[in-house]
Design a protein around this ligand. Structure first.
Ligand code: NAD
Length: 355
């Protein structure tokens, strides 16, 4: 297959692109606007591969999107491009509405036009895979209960509301126009190449810099963590074998309180990169909670396991250890994100194929 991946320079998108190049024979067109979250340095290992191409395009630019479809003639689209950080959505929701809702609607229209013009066999096998989040379900009260594919939507933040809107649009394009879509809603990801504004990389890098480790509220929020490479494998399974029109929840069965996560990181760092004096846990501070902060997310991933045979390979313990080791061994990548110099690599590193 030739797969068009939107948002392939982001955290999860780059893991998907690396997975496709390293573990399949498919070709990849990475389409990314390169916002602050897009980092081509996360793709250094695949950039020379003949099966990889890059297009710097905004999904809100319909003309440019159409040109990419005409030129590359993809067999499938994995749609990951999004504004993704909840705190940023609270400070400035417009970009989330623009990219996550309007941008997705434009991608849907471009896909629909392209798909309608394909020969019958390729029309049958074409897929648009929309990659979404468990945050569309709102939060769970108490320690029981899990999000299933039938849980009603109740998003809390501008981010999750924009992703919920996009999910509805994707389903509507399937129902109304017959566009062959699949959807996935996944829990919190972690792993290598994660932008250091998110909890796990932020805590690792702050700790190594001897800065405080700010935990929202009392750190009681519970998230269900999934190692990013397990997510990439799940996404590939869904785009190859998922039933058209269906949604699959993806999760790692790793429910942890935020404070537990930070304490786990501190313990790993104490072992792998001890401080000169004291323990990393002494750097933990509690800060005012985020407005509307969801308390608990937990995924029932039994449908993807039952129907497609996917289960995560990493436990939280093995995945967190791998992640800490990756950040310790890749401090140059982190430094270039932190000082902003990763943005200068934007052109030149990639075979840009704009016509
Ligand atoms: P990210 O912020 O790391 O990456 C997003 C990528 O999209 C960046 O490369 C950015 O440049 C690109 N992009 C943004 N706006 C664009 C636009 N208008 N046109 C083209 N490209 C654009 O995000 P991520 O964490 O990798 O998440 C990827 C997807 O997975 C998102 O749709 C997100 O909602 C979803 N998701 C994330 C998580 C998580 O824990 N991170 C969990 C479940 C689902």
């Amino acid at each position: 297959m030739k797969i068009l991946v939107t948002g392939g320079a982001g955290f999860i998108g780059s893991a998907v692109v690396r997975f496709l190049i390293d573990h399949t024979e498919d070709s990849v067109v990475n389409l990314d606007k390169l916002t602050y979250a897009g980092n081509l340095e996360s793709l250094a290992s695949v950039v020379e591969n003949d099966r990889y191409r890059f297009e710097q395009v905004d999904i809100c630019d319909r003309v440019a999107l159409e040109a990419v479809f005409r030129k590359h003639q993809p067999d499938a689209v994995m749609h990951l491009a999004a504004e993704s950080h909840v705190d940023r959505s609270i400070e400035g929701p417009s970009a989330f509405v623009e990219t996550n809702i309007v941008g997705t609607s434009i991608l849907l229209e471009v896909c629909r036009g392209y798909w309608a013009g394909l020969p019958p066999q390729r029309r049958l096998s074409f897929r648009l895979h929309h990659v979404s989040t468990d945050e569309v379900y709102g939060d769970l009260e108490g320690p029981e209960g899990l999000f299933t594919e039938a849980t009603p939507y109740a998003p809390s933040s501008p981010y999750s509301a924009s992703k919920a809107s996009a999910d509805h649009l994707v389903r509507a394009w399937h129902r109304t126009y017959g566009l062959p879509v699949v959807l996935t809603n996944c829990s919190n990801n972690y792993g290598p190449y994660h932008f250091p504004e998110k909890l796990i990389p932020l805590m690792i890098l702050n700790a190594l810099d001897e800065k405080s480790l700010p935990v929202y509220g009392r750190g009681d929020q519970i998230r269900d963590w999934l190692y990013v490479d397990d997510h990439a494998r799940a996404l590939y399974r869904v785009i190859r074998e998922g039933r058209v029109g269906e949604t699959y929840n993806i999760g790692g069965h790793n429910e942890k309180r935020n404070l537990e996560v930070v304490e786990g990181l501190c313990a790993l760092l104490d072992e792998l990169a001890p401080r000169h004096q004291g323990l990393y846990g002494e750097l933990i501070t509690f800060v005012q909670d985020r407005p509307g902060h969801d308390l608990r997310y937990a995924i029932d991933a039994s449908k993807i396991e039952r129907e497609l045979g996917w289960v995560p390979e990493e436990t939280f313990e093995t995945g967190l250890r791998k992640t800490v080791i990756w950040y310790l061994e890749n401090q140059a990548w982190c430094a270039r994100v932190q000082d902003g110099s990763y943005k200068r690599q934007r052109l030149g590193l990639h075979k840009e194929t704009a016509s």
